[in-house]
Structures are given as structure tokens and as C-alpha cells.
Ligand binder design. Structure first.
Ligand SMILES: NC(=O)c1ccc[n+]([C@@H]2O[C@H](COP(=O)([O-])OP(=O)(O)OC[C@H]3O[C@@H](n4cnc5c(N)ncnc54)[C@H](OP(=O)(O)O)[C@@H]3O)[C@@H](O)[C@H]2O)c1
Length: 236
């Protein structure tokens, strides 16, 4: 039986690597991308299907769900990977506008809700679906407030709080789906060199993809409602 995955924002960076690693395991890794040209090019490189999907555009998300339903009947894995940050010359919270917050949340939080709700009927049709939300260590309230943490200086209110919100979104879906076979977890890929950070990360996108792949392919006795990185749980 085919295992089908949808990875949002899979045309480049960590999402592309998640699609590549899942495909290498025999999964049909549907490349979700908002730009048709970039999405088709990535899908062709991977030899995987493409679906157009802008997480901020409900109609494109509904159309993607309809297409996946017609093509595959069910969805085994959803990786909510698409994410963004807005570069700010002055990143202090006092210089961060509500509009910067809103734009960031549109993709990193509301986009995940739009995609997850649209895909849930298909995920429920799979025998034991997995949902992985790409969070960040910068979303950890525990680490943010620890002066000894390496993340203490990185006080990016819009991006960081969007990932904290995503963590609670992860917990909320995990609770609703607690008594079903569907597992919902948040992944921290670590600091990876991608376009998101001008390639300043010290890890590769492939290294960042590994935790998402692990959570996407958990056994039946695997956890739900957790926030994890390569070496185990991240403090919320
Ligand atoms: N890199 C890191 O160090 C790091 C650390 C922690 C967490 N993360 C998270 O990991 C995920 C992947 O990031 P990355 O580093 O691989 O960044 P990236 O290379 O910039 O890739 C981001 C992906 O998200 C897509 N995207 C953005 N807005 C979208 C929208 N409205 N609809 C659909 N797709 C959209 C982008 O598409 P376009 O090409 O069309 O813009 C791109 O495919 C993000 O959620 C990020 O927050 C990254």
C-alpha cells in the first residue's frame, strides 16, 4: 500500500530535504509549494508529485486537499513545514509592529491551522496518520527565559512567539486526536543554513529534516503531543 505525505514549503530548504528523505523511504512525498514554477522544478528533481499550495490562501489549500483525496484517497503524513520570518533592522519588541506579527502568524500559525483542518478528513482515512509541525528552539519559553541559554540574546518577538503559538497548536491537535491513531508532534530542526537565515546556520538542511522524518514515521507506540529535536525532547 502506498504511503502518502504532504510537505508544505517543500520547494527548498528543510522541506525539500524532508520530501527527499521520505521519498527515499518509499513514501510518495507530495511537494507542496506556493509558486508553481519553483514547486514543479523541485518535484521534478525529486521525482515526486507537486501540488500548488499557499498556506495563507484557503482556496489553494482546499484545492490541494481535493486533489490529494482524488489522487490517493487518504493522507498518511502531513508535515507543516512552510514558515517565514521578516527581517527587521531593529528587531526589538518595541520596534516590532502588529503588522509584522500578523504577517508572521499568517504563515507560521494560521497557515498551519488552515492546512491541518483541510487535511484532517484525509488523515483520518489513513490507518495511522502522523502530523509534524516545524517549530523552532526559538519558540521555547523555557529557553527564552534562561539567561544561560544560547537563545537568550535572540529576542525576535514575531518569529519566536509564532513558534510558541505553534507549539500550543500542536498540543491542542494532539489532545483532540489523543484517542485516535493520529500522532501530532512539533519538531526543532536546529539552526540550519537555509534562505530563512541567509545560510548562517551551522547545520545542513538535511540534518534539520531528520527529526521531522523521525516524527513522521513514528511507530504505533510512539509519542504524541511532544516537542522534539535529534537528541530528545525540547523544554516547552
Ligand atoms: N533554518 C533554520 O535554522 C530553522 C530553524 C528552526 C525552524 N525552522 C523552520 O523550518 C521550516 C523550514 O524553514 P527553512 O529554513 O527551510 O526556510 P526556507 O528555506 O526559507 O523555506 C521556507 C519554505 O516555506 C515556504 N513558504 C513560505 N511562505 C509560504 C506560504 N505562504 N505558503 C506556502 N509555502 C510558504 C517557502 O516557499 P517560497 O520558496 O515560495 O518562499 C519555502 O519553501 C520553517 O517553518 C522554519 O521556521 C528553520
Amino acid at each position: 500500500m502506498t504511503t502518502t505525505a504532504l510537505i508544505t514549503g517543500a520547494n527548498k530548504g528543510i522541506g525539500f530535504e524532508i520530501a527527499r528523505l521520505l521519498a527515499a523511504r518509499g513514501v510518495t512525498a507530495v511537494v507542496g509549494a506556493r509558486d508553481e514554477e519553483r514547486g514543479r522544478a523541485a518535484a521534478a528533481e525529486l521525482g515526486q508529485p507537486y501540488v500548488r499550495l499557499d498556506v495563507t490562501d484557503e482556496s489553494s489549500v482546499q484545492a490541494a486537499a481535493k486533489w490529494i483525496g482524488e489522487e490517493y484517497g487518504a493522507l498518511d503524513i502531513l508535515v507543516n513545514n512552510a514558515g517565514m520570518t521578516i527581517w527587521q533592522e531593529d528587531p526589538r519588541p518595541s520596534a516590532t509592529t502588529a503588522d509584522i506579527m500578523r504577517q508572521t502568524y499568517e504563515v507560521n500559525v494560521f497557515g498551519v491551522v488552515t492546512v491541518t483542518n483541510a487535511m484532517l478528513p484525509l488523515l483520518r482515512r489513513a490507518p495511522s496518520a502522523r502530523i509534524v509541525n516545524m517549530s523552532s528552539e526559538l519558540g521555547s519559553l523555557h529557553l527564552a527565559l534562561d539567561p544561560d541559554s544560547p537563545f537568550w540574546p535572540h529576542n525576535f518577538m514575531a518569529y519566536n512567539s509564532s513558534k510558541s503559538a505553534l507549539n500550543m497548536v500542536t498540543a491542542a491537535y494532539a489532545k483532540e486526536l489523543w484517542d485516535t491513531p493520529i500522532k501530532v508532534n512539533a519538531a526543532n530542526p536546529g539552526y540550519c543554513a537555509t534562505d530563512l537565515n541567509g545560510h548562517s546556520g551551522h547545520r545542513t538542511a538535511e540534518q534539520g529534516a531528520a527529526i521531522a522524518v523521525r516524527l513522521a514515521t513514528l511507530d504505533a507506540d510512539g509519542p504524541t503531543g511532544t516537542y522534539q529535536q535529534d537528541d530528545g525532547p525540547v523544554p516547552w
